[in-house]
Structures are given as structure tokens and as C-alpha cells.
Design a binder for this molecule. Structure first.
Ligand code: GTP
Length: 246
């Protein structure tokens, strides 16, 4: 089995990933498969933090006439449901897991405490960061970037439905071209919607590479973390190239 070059990673899963083909709710067969893949990383000695979205339960942006903040808070609560489901699936496989919530609900989950999260990771526990960043107007992508920076994760493993970043939607356009590498500024300048701009700039400012891959095939989380197979890497390669050219 390939070695993982990362000691600590942040896995970002979309809520839809938990829904499987149903597109809504939680498919526990799918949750089990994701948990099995996370176990592969844990068994390799990789420390794993995870952030899950909520699109399988609630989409804040589609909250009809609701005010944005309330719709976003509902989304944050939905991420807690997904976090508990994933925790359950991981624990079924014997993986110690802690859920930490950005919104205090201490009967259900630990509150988010950065130093405590790091201690859990050091002890080999998977830490699932629930309730986003605890603030409306921010996405779970931004929460993943923020927590990745806080716990000093070496990369974000960004699980998607498609196998990388394309210049246009590959589901709609046959001539869509995939990028193998991108730097953060290109993502923003080209208006690529892989992550929102707040999340991208947070990664840029903190030098956190983003590895984009498709979750569809079993084993892809490990393959992305080991560099065996992935779609696109977003990092500061231009900056590195510039430094080399000096
Ligand atoms: P160590 O002390 O480092 O071994 O960590 P630990 O998480 O095992 O210790 P602790 O005794 O704090 O936690 C035991 C269990 O209680 C774990 O499953 C925690 O997730 C859970 N727990 C701890 N604090 C809270 C809390 O504020 N709310 C909820 N709901 N659970 C908590």
C-alpha cells in the first residue's frame, strides 16, 4: 500500500455524498463506505479531521423567502445530523471519533475547542467538525479551510462528484477541459466554482493545498491522500515557481 505523505489531513465531504443515489437524506450503506475509506487513512497513521456539508438535508441558499442568516443556521444544524451519522458509521468500524460543534449543543456533541481537537487527532481519533464555522454567510467549504488552518492540516482532501476541476461543467459540456494543477489566484480569476472565494483565499493565505477528487470509486480518499490518483491540485505553485526563478 502506498505511503501517505501527509500526517494530518482535512477531509471535506459534501452533504450530497451522504445521500448516495437518493439525492436526499442519509444512505447508511454510503456512510459505511465513506467510513471504510476513512479507516484506510487512519490505519495508515494519518490524522483525519472532517467537515461535512448539509445539501442532502437542507440548502440554505434555496431557503425561498427566508432570511439568509436563518437559512444558514438551519444548514449548520443539518451538518450536525450528518456528523453524527458519520460518527456512528466510523464507530461501527471501531474507529474512535469525536464530533465537535461550532454551535454549542453539549448534550449532543463536544463544543469546538481547538486544542482539544488537536489532542484527539494526536490520539488517532477522527474529529468531525460540525455546524460549519458557527456563522451564517459562510459555507462549509470555508469552515473546512478555517479548521484546516487551525489544526494545521497539511492539505484539504476535497471530495466531489466529478474527478477534478474543469473549465466548464463536464456534465453539460463534452469539450470541458480538466486542470491537473491550478493556483489559488487562477481559481478566483477564472471564476471556477470548486470552492467559494472565501475558502480559496483562506487556503491561499495559509498555504493549504487542496486536492480535488471524485468520491465515486471505492478507495479514492486513500488514493487522493497518497497521490496515487486525484483530479486537480490547487496550491501556490506559481509562488513556488517564482521563488525558484529568483
Ligand atoms: P481524553 O480525555 O483525551 O481521553 O478524551 P475523551 O474525549 O475520551 O475524554 P472525555 O472524558 O472528555 O470524553 C468522554 C466522552 O464524552 C467522549 O465520547 C466525548 O466525545 C464525550 N464528551 C466530552 N465532552 C462532551 C460534551 O461537552 N458534550 C458531549 N455531548 N459529549 C462530550
Amino acid at each position: 500500500m502506498s505511503e501517505c505523505k501527509y500526517k494530518r489531513v482535512m477531509l471535506k465531504l459534501s452533504g450530497e455524498a451522504m445521500a448516495g443515489k437518493n439525492g436526499f437524506g442519509i444512505d447508511f450503506e454510503v456512510a459505511k463506505r465513506i467510513a471504510t475509506e476513512i479507516k484506510e487513512l487512519v490505519d495508515m497513521g494519518v490524522q483525519v479531521g472532517a467537515v461535512i456539508g448539509a445539501g442532502n438535508i437542507w440548502r440554505g441558499r434555496e431557503g425561498g423567502g427566508m432570511d439568509r442568516a436563518t437559512a444558514d443556521y438551519m444548514g449548520m444544524l443539518a451538518t450536525c445530523i450528518n456528523a453524527l451519522a458519520l460518527q456512528n458509521s466510523l464507530e461501527d468500524l471501531g474507529i474512535e471519533t469525536r464530533v465537535q460543534s461550532a454551535i454549542e449543543m453539549k448534550e449532543i456533541a463536544e463544543p469546538y475547542i481547538r486544542r482539544r481537537a488537536i489532542r484527539h487527532l494526536e490520539k488517532g481519533r477522527v474529529v468531525i467538525f460540525a455546524a460549519g464555522s458557527g456563522n451564517p454567510y459562510f459555507t462549509t467549504d470555508t469552515a473546512a479551510a478555517l479548521r484546516a488552518a487551525e489544526i494545521e492540516a497539511e492539505c484539504i482532501l476535497l471530495a466531489k462528484k466529478v474527478d477534478g476541476v474543469y473549465d466548464k461543467d463536464p456534465n453539460k459540456f463534452d469539450d470541458a477541459v480538466k486542470f491537473d494543477t491550478l493556483d489559488y489566484k487562477q481559481v478566483i480569476e477564472l471564476g471556477l466554482t470548486v470552492m467559494d472565494s472565501t475558502a480559496i483565499t483562506l487556503c491561499m493565505d495559509n498555504d493549504i493545498p487542496i486536492i480535488v477528487f471524485a468520491l465515486d470509486e471505492p478507495g479514492n480518499i486513500r488514493k487522493a491522500a497518497t497521490g496515487e490518483e486525484y483530479g486537480t491540485i490547487i496550491d501556490n505553485y506559481s509562488k513556488e515557481a517564482a521563488a525558484r526563478d529568483c
